[in-house]
Design a protein around this ligand. Structure first.
Ligand code: NDP
Length: 289
């Protein structure tokens, strides 16, 4: 039998790329399924993005992730967009479909998957902190929660323009209600809220002691509290919510699930979530509490 030495290629384009652990969990999942696939983590400056995309196309990469700061700017270098990426206006996963590069967004669906086992989302009321800048994570999470059937999303954001734009985007494109709430003073979470989510960068390493300006008395045990931040997984918000008796969902689940959806887009196969989680926890030295 002849031997083959040509791996299928995937990877990531971002800057900074140094601390991006995605490759570790992807390659663990490839190995687990016996796939001769590689994931190459690349440091790409904004001015080099177009050439990087053309290079990936020339080398017949099967797909790649885009992270900060390329999630929006990559769109002009792609052949087409999937439906949710079009609504969100940001791409975190590019898929090579018969030589055409198609932009998808798996961040929001990853979040929805990660929270589903803690809360049935249909008709629920959501408070979402953040409206997304260059990364667009809050836009992705809001749109996918709305498509998953939540009743209403209150978007709490410091920048008014971004907050209003996101609430309009949700209201215009989905059947969920949405409103913007200006974050000019300490926020009181309405008691009827089912799900609270932080999709700002407040609390992200290295500023791990930064806290959202929320009246912690308004966090009730009936609420599910989630954080998009995975480094550290136990953010101040998650810690506070635990002391209030809430069910909590940290950002590791979103990270693994968005990767698993990208994996499926590229390979057509379902990866083991457990294998991906274990590889990630190992790489980040995390023991989940
Ligand atoms: P962006 O930088 O694009 O968005 C930042 C958001 O944070 C904006 O809404 C911004 O508000 C808000 N913000 C930042 N600092 C403050 C502050 N001091 N006070 C109030 N609001 C603030 O980031 P992304 O959309 O890429 O990511 C957001 C978060 O989601 C990050 O923490 C990231 O780690 C996480 N994430 C997690 C993923 C996962 O798989 N777990 C995937 C992708 C992202 P304003 O508009 O007012 O400037």
């Amino acid at each position: 039998m002849s031997k083959h030495f040509l791996s299928e290629l995937t990877g990531s384009f971002a800057t900074p790329a140094l601390e991006n652990p995605t490759g570790v969990m992807m390659e663990a999942a490839y190995r687990d399924l016996g796939l001769d696939w590689r994931y190459i983590n690349c440091e790409i400056q904004p001015d080099d993005l177009e050439n990087a995309v053309l290079g990936a196309k020339a080398m017949n990469w099967r797909g790649f992730n885009c992270s900060i700061p390329h999630k929006v700017s990559v769109i002009s270098h792609l052949d087409d967009l999937g439906e949710s990426a079009r609504i969100i206006g940001a791409v975190n996963t590019v898929v090579n479909r018969d030589g055409k590069l198609i932009g998808e967004n798996t961040d929001g669906r990853g979040f929805v998957e990660s929270v589903k086992s803690s809360l049935e989302l249909t008709k629920k009321r959501v408070v979402l902190f953040g409206a997304g800048g260059a990364g667009g994570a809050a836009r992705a999470v809001a749109v996918e929660l709305a498509l998953a059937g939540v009743a209403h999303i209150t978007i709490v954001n410091r920048n008014q323009e971004r907050g209003e734009e996101l609430s309009k985007l949700v209201a215009d494109n989905t059947s969920a209600g949405a409103e913007y709430h200006a974050w000019t003073k300490q926020y009181q979470i309405p008691a009827e809220t089912d799900l609270v989510i932080n999709v700002t960068s407040i609390g992200l390493f290295p500023n791990v002691d930064a806290e959202l300006d929320i009246d912690t008395e308004s966090i009730k045990s009936s609420m599910v509290v989630a954080d998009g931040i995975f480094n550290p997984p136990e953010t101040r918000l998650i810690q506070t919510a635990k002391t209030k008796g809430c069910t909590t969902v940290n950002g590791l689940g979103m990270l693994v699930q968005q990767g698993a959806i990208a994996f499926e887009y590229w390979t057509g196969k379902t990866p083991s979530i457990e294998v991906m989680k274990a590889a990630l926890s190992d790489a980040l030295d995390i023991t989940e509490k």
